[in-house]
Design a protein around this ligand. Sequence first.
Ligand SMILES: [Zn+2]
Length: 506
Amino acid sequence: MAEVFTHRERLFGRKMELHIAPEGLTLVGRGEKESVDFAPLDEISSVGRGPGNRKTSLTVSFKAERAAWTLNGVTASSADWLQALIEEERSASAKRGRPEYCQKMPVGRFSGVCASIMLAGDGHAAVDLVDFMLAQAILHGASDVHFDPFSDSIVVRFRLDGMLHDVAKLDAGIKPRLTTRLKVVSRLATFKRGVAQEGRAGLRMGSRTVDLRFSSLPTIHGEKVTVRIFDPAKGMFAIDEIGMNSEMSATFKSMLLKPQGTILLTGPSSSGKTTTMYASLNHLRENRKNLSSIATVEDPVEYDLQVVNQTQVNNAAGLTFASALRTVLRQDPEVIMIGEIRDKETADIAVQAGLTGHMILSTVHARSAAGVLLRMVDLGVEPYMLASSLSAVLSQRLVRMVCKSCVAEYAPTEEERAKFSIKGGDRFFIGKGCERCEHTGYSGRMGIFQLAPITDAMRELVLKNCSLSDLEAQFEREGILTMLDDGLVKAKAGVTTLEELTRVLG
Ligand SMILES: [Zn+2]
């Protein structure tokens, strides 16, 4: 094993450090204000070594610019080890083109592939396992991959359609190398353990680049690494593709195209709010005449939207939702998407902007669409400002869709009949489970929604400091469908199941 070796020098116009440690190799760049970038092995184009027996010199050349460092006094074993690491990286990038990495494989075959990778014993097992798992996760449309360390194993899990599934169990012996590999790929500091870290990487899949966000967290059995996948092929939808019925979709689109106002979305995390917001921005971009500019303030920016100015919140650097929003407003865009409203300052600016010629789209944490109005008042927004600015509230959840290959008719249980007030003639469906849906009975997800355009009667209620039940009663009087109403229509149409409605709506 190599010794810990640190070399400091100015490179690429800033202070850089090269760490060679038994766990791996990392290039660290220190910029202004202690911001640190990590660049792993693939930034290195070649390593040359000088003559020497016990001690030698190493010349490390970097791809990015014509820069090279000469490190003196490195032990021979350390030099060999670094050279082996570079070779491993080259072999990994060469292998990425192979069919087993580029074709979707049933989860049932993962164990076999992992075992054969481990058995090959060519020293590249960790590299091959990580590449294989990440490629398969993208091909299966997973939103996250978890590498969970336990005392005797590492369990790999995919989140598919919102649910975590164990897909492979790896021998604990691979743990340190696997963690190092994940950190190298994600540009995390390999030499830092015992601290939480976040990193990102782009993985090329065919003609597109999939964005991967990594986080590592120390646990008692080693570091747990999770990877969130942002696949541009999956991220963007049109309003008509997210699950709204045609009437709701038409209403929502007409609200979006109004010259000014505020539209607020609510729903727990992973309820598809971001997808709806991006679909809305896309709709505006394509359908609003003479639209000159759209701006967003997000945390994090999930997808790179073309022709939209996106700002990433950076609390550490003092760029909060509120401060970013104030700056964005000075540039006077017509449409502004704010990732989330969670404080009075942001809420006030958003509501004010919605009254002064801007279309504002944002999310608020609330239990229901009606709850959004009261939440905004709780945050400290003046009710009269809110009442004038707000144009619509939308509440949503994601339900899994029945697999089309194994759909079958289903007789609801007595409990379900009572719970959903099911009448005799209603038909329902489930997926029985097949090869195509990995025996889950489900494939893909869609939204269930409650959309409430704000009416004068609702405005008056807000001004009167009404209760949640008053507002809900008003929604009902105006014939606004609940998420349950919307879900039941979809269950009767065989698109989702009663089981899903129970899981998602409680
Ligand atoms: Zn199926």
